[in-house]
Design a protein around this ligand. Sequence first.
Ligand code: NAD
Length: 450
Amino acid sequence: MPKTTKKESIASKLAKKSPMKTAAVIPGTEGHQPVSAFENAMIQFDEAAKVLKLSSSQIAVIKQPRRITEVQLPVRMDDGSIETFTAYRVQHNIARGPAKGGVRFHQNVSLDEVKALAFWMTYKCAVADIPMGGGKGGVIVDPSRLSVSELERLSRRYFAELVDLFGPDRDVPAPDVNTTSQIMAWFMDTYSMHHRNHVPGVVTGKPLELGGSAGRVMATSRGLLFATRRAVARKSEKLPGMTVAVQGFGNVGSYSATLLQDDGCKVVAISDVNGAFHNPNGIDAHKALAYSTKNRGLKGFDLTGMAKKMKNALDILELDVDILCPCALELQITGKNAQKVKARYICEGANGPLDHTADKILDKKGSFIIPDILCNSGGVIVSYLEWVQNNMGYYWTEERVNSDLERFMNKAFDAVYDTMKVHKCSMRVAAFAVSIQRVSQASELRGLYA
Ligand code: NAD
C-alpha cells in the first residue's frame, strides 16, 4: 500500500466541492435547507412518523441512538512513532435483535455521519425483516496512507478497544467504505483471542475460509439488481437496453455495474475518487472492474480508450441515463444539483446519497427512487445469512444464498411499494413507514425495563 503522501486526497477535494453548504433554495422547496447526514435522517424519520401517526412516547423510544461510544486509538506506525485515531461505534436500536452495521475507515468520518448510518441500519434491517437492530462504526483515517501492517494494528486496536460492545448476540460489525474481508478477519481473530474461543459470528463479510458466506461479496449489488428489476417491472418496462451511470466503483458500484450489464443494460459512465469516465456507446463493466482491481482504482482508465474522463466528476449524476446508481457516499444529490438529474430510476447503492430537498425535487420530476434502506439491503440480508450459517456451523451453496436473498428483497420491495400506494407517499417515506412500524411494535412488545 502507498505510504503517507502530504498531497490532499482527491476524496477530500471532492468533499470540499460538496454542495451541502452552498445549496440555494429551489422554488417549491422553501424551508428545506441543507442539512447534515444525521439531520437528514431525522427528517426522513419525522415524515414517516407523521404518516404512521406515532405518539411522542413511541417516537422517544426508537428515534435517537441508544449508545454512542467514542475512543482514541493509539497505533504504532512503521517508523516507530505513535499516532492516535478517533473512532466511534454507535448502537442505534436493538429492539429486534443484536446491533448490525459496518465499520467505515475514511478521513471524513464524523460522529454525525456514524449516527446517521447506524439509524439507517436499524430501519434497513427492519424493512428487510431480518431479526437485527442497527449499529455503525467509523475511524477517522485515510487508509491509503497506511501500510498493511499499520492497517492491521489499527483494525485490531479498534476491535480490542471496543471488545465489550461486540458479540454475536450483541453487536455484529461488517465491511463498509474502505474496510475489507481481510479487516473482518483481523476483527474476528482479535475478538476470538480475547474470548479464548473461535467466534466467527462476531462479524460478517469475512473471507470464505473463515466462515464467510458464499454470495456475500456481491450481495449488496445483487440486491440492488433485484430491487431494480422489480421497480422496472412495476412500471411495465424492461431492463435490456436501459442506460446506466454508476457513481462509486468500489464493492457496491462495480458489481452493480456488472450485474446490470449482464441483465442487458448499457453502462455509459462510471466514477470513483479518481474521477468520472463516460462513453455513450457503452463501457464494458467487467473490463472496467478488472482494470480497477489491477490498478486499485480507475486512475488512468481514460488512457485505455474505453471511456473519456469527464471534466467534473459530479457531472456523472446529471447524465441523461435511464438508471443512476449513486454508490459512493452521502449527500451527493442535494437541492443544488437535483434539478439537473435526468435519470428516471435512482437506485441508491450508497447510504444517504440524496438529501430531503433532492427527494422532493426528484419526486416532483417523476423519478422512481429506490431508497437506500431498501435498495442496498442485500448486503445486510446476506450478512444475516452468514451469521445464521456461523451459528449453525453449516454452510450453504451460493445458489441457496442468492435465492434466499431474492426472496427477502422481493418481499421487502412489495411491502414498500404497496405501502406507497396505500399512503400515496414516496418510496422513501413508505420504506420508513414499514420499518418504523416494525421497530415500534417490537419495542412496545418488549416494554420498558425500569
Ligand atoms: P468501497 O470502499 O468498496 O467503495 C467506495 C467507492 O466510492 C470507491 O470506488 C471510491 O473511490 C468511491 N468514492 C469515494 N468518494 C467518492 C466521490 N466523492 N465521488 C466518486 N466516487 C467516490 O465502499 P462500498 O462498500 O462500495 O460502499 C459504498 C457505499 O455503499 C457506502 O455508502 C456504503 O455505506 C454503502 N453500502 C455498502 C454496503 C456493502 O456491503 N459494502 C452495503 C450497503 C451499503
